[in-house]
Design a protein around this ligand. Sequence first.
Ligand code: CAA
Length: 287
Amino acid sequence: MAVKQVGIVGCGQMGSGIAEVCARAGYIVVVSEADEALLKRGLASIEGSLARAVSRGKMTEADKATTLKRISGTTSVEGFKDCQLVIEAVVENMAEKRKVFAALDQACQKDAILASNTSCLSVTEMAVATKRPDKVLGIHFFNPVPVMKPVELVRTILTSAETIATARDFSQSLGKSVVVSPDTPGFIVNRLLTPYLLDAVRLLESGTVSREDIDQAVTLGLNHPMGPLALADLIGLDTLYSISTALYEEFKDPRYAAPPLLRRMVLARWLGRKTGKGFYDYPKVKA
Ligand code: CAA
C-alpha cells in the first residue's frame, strides 16, 4: 500500500518531531492533540524546529513554508480518516494507548496501518484493542527525531509481513535506518540503555560523584555525544521512569528498578529539558 497521508496522534516532544520529518519528506501530515491549546503549542514547536533548520542553513524559507503547508492539526480522531498510516505518540500509559488504538480502528479506513511510537510498552497489547492486529506495529523513533538516524520497527506475533514491508519503505523514505525488533520490553535500544542510565542515577544518588564528573567521564571516556544524566534530561525523566517501570514489571530484575531519586524528581516535575529542570537547569525553557 502506498502511504501518502500520515496521521500523528500527540504533538509533544516525539509527535512533533515525527510530524516534522514526515512533512519534510513530502508526506501530507495530520497531527492531533487533546485540545486546541495543546495543538497550538505542538504546531508552534514544529515551526520553531523548522526555523532553527533555516537559521542553520539546512533549509530555505521557501522550503519551510512548503513543509508547514503539508501539516494540519485536528482535535478529533475523525481527522485521520484519509490517512494510510497513523502513528500514535501519546503518553506512555497502556490504558491511554489502548483507547487511542480502539478509536483509530473505528475512524480509519480498514486497510490503514496503525503504529505506536512507544519506547517500551507491549505493541501486542495495543494491537488486540483493534480488529486489525495484523496491521499494527511499533515504529519507534529516537530523540531528537530530526537528527537521530534509527527507527526500530516492532513486529508482534500478529503483525503481517506486508505491514512490516510498508513500514520499512516508509521509514526509509524519511531517511531513517531500520532495525526490526520483536515485541519484547524495551525492544533493542531501551533494553540496553535503561540499566546504564539508571546506574548513572544510582551513582549520583550515592553522593560520591558529581553529575559533571559522571557525564564528562562518559563523554570523554566512551566518546558518547552526551553523558547519561544529560541524555536522561533529553529523553525526559518521566519517560525514563515509565520505561524502567515497564521493564521492571515484566522482568522483576532489580537492574530495571527506578532509583528513589528518579521517582522523586518525576514527582517534583523535574522532567529534564522539557520542564526546564532535571539533573541540569535549562533556563530558556518555560516551566
Ligand atoms: N531538532 C533538530 N535538530 C537538532 C536538534 C533538535 N532538537 N538538536 C540538535 N540538532 C541538530 C543541530 O541542528 C545540529 O545540526 P548541524 O550540526 O547540522 O547544524 C546537530 O544536531 C548538533 O546539534 P548541536 O550542535 O546543537 O548540539 P550537539 O552537537 O551537542 O548535539 C545532539 C546535540 C544531537 C542531541 C547530540 O548531543 C546527540 O546526538 N546526543 C545523543 C542523543 C541520543 O542518544 N538520543 C537517543 C535517546 S534514546 C531515545 O530516544 C529512545 C527512547 O525511546 C527513550
